[in-house]
Design a protein around this ligand. Structure first.
Ligand SMILES: [Zn+2]
Length: 267
């Protein structure tokens, strides 16, 4: 069954949950999207029962610490499996805006030579371009530059096996590029830093993020069916789902998901 495995739901600064990242699982293999900021990604994969050998493709949306650095740990662990003959074939990491070269450099600087030597041999770094279509495992992806003014950042649309469309926006509000792709989509994966009611406390706009209300208003305007919100603050995790859902429902009347870390969402 196709599902979204939610490995983390927090923004860059969280300490009570993991940074936002997820896997798209087709029932056999998983595509990892972002990896959080550290080796907590390995624990999260273990907790969700996701075997590294089942991950053949990964995508990194942009170069910020909370999305990129966990991928270095993934490379390290997969290299270890490859060296032990416990990983078959290639592991492909897709990223744009020159980020593949950054990943290559960090790997060379921080991994043992025997592991770093696998990069470009069995661990393949594949640069994506705006508008490029590419097959990742059993899914057809279309990558797009979200138009961030901070750094190169890419999102994607994927066509699910069940015919539905899934759009990932990275960790910035819906900009014009994203709007074109997100219009009428079945699943929209969007950041929402905090409640609109708490914007004076968390100051999302200064950080190029949006509130629950704004993400929901945008999704409603674009006629989205299912909206997933994450990349949030972590000061009220026990009540986050309820509070964010209460605020969001006033502005978005489709299905609203505010997952916790380790939740699975059936697509
Ligand atoms: Zn982020």
């Amino acid at each position: 069954m196709e599902r979204l495995m939610v490995l983390g739901t927090g923004n860059a600064s969280v300490t009570r949950c993991y940074n936002t990242c997820f896997a798209l699982h087709d029932g056999e293999h998983a595509i990892l999207v972002d990896a959080g900021g550290g080796n907590g990604i390995i624990h999260r994969l273990n907790q969700m029962g996701l075997d590294l050998a089942s991950i053949r493709h990964a995508f990194v949306s942009h170069q910020h610490t909370d999305h990129l650095l966990g991928m270095i740990w993934i490379i390290r662990q997969i290299a270890t499996l490859m060296l032990a003959d416990q990983y078959e074939g290639y592991f492909c990491i897709h990223a744009g805006g020159g980020l593949t070269q950054t990943i290559r450099t960090i790997s060379q600087l921080t991994l043992a030579p025997v592991m770093a030597d696998l990069v470009d041999r069995r661990i393949l770094l594949q640069e994506v371009e705006d508008g490029e279509k590419r097959r990742l495992g059993t899914y057809q992806f279309t990558f797009f530059d979200i138009g961030s003014s901070l750094t190169h950042q890419f999102g994607f649309t994927a066509r699910l096996h069940n015919g539905r469309s899934l759009v990932f926006l990275g960790d910035e509000p819906l900009l014009n590029a994203g709007r074109r792709h997100a219009k009428d989509c079945d699943w929209l994966l969007s950041e929402a830093y905090c409640l609109y009611a708490q914007r004076a406390i968390f100051k999302p706009h200064e950080k190029f993020h949006s509130t629950v209300r704004e993400a929901c208003e945008a999704a409603a305007e674009l006629n989205v069916c299912n909206l997933v919100l994450w990349h949030t603050e972590d000061t009220q995790l026990a009540d986050r789902k309820r509070l964010y859902t209460e605020e969001g429902r006033q502005f978005f009347h489709g299905n609203l998901f505010v997952p916790d870390d380790l939740e699975e969402i059936i697509l």
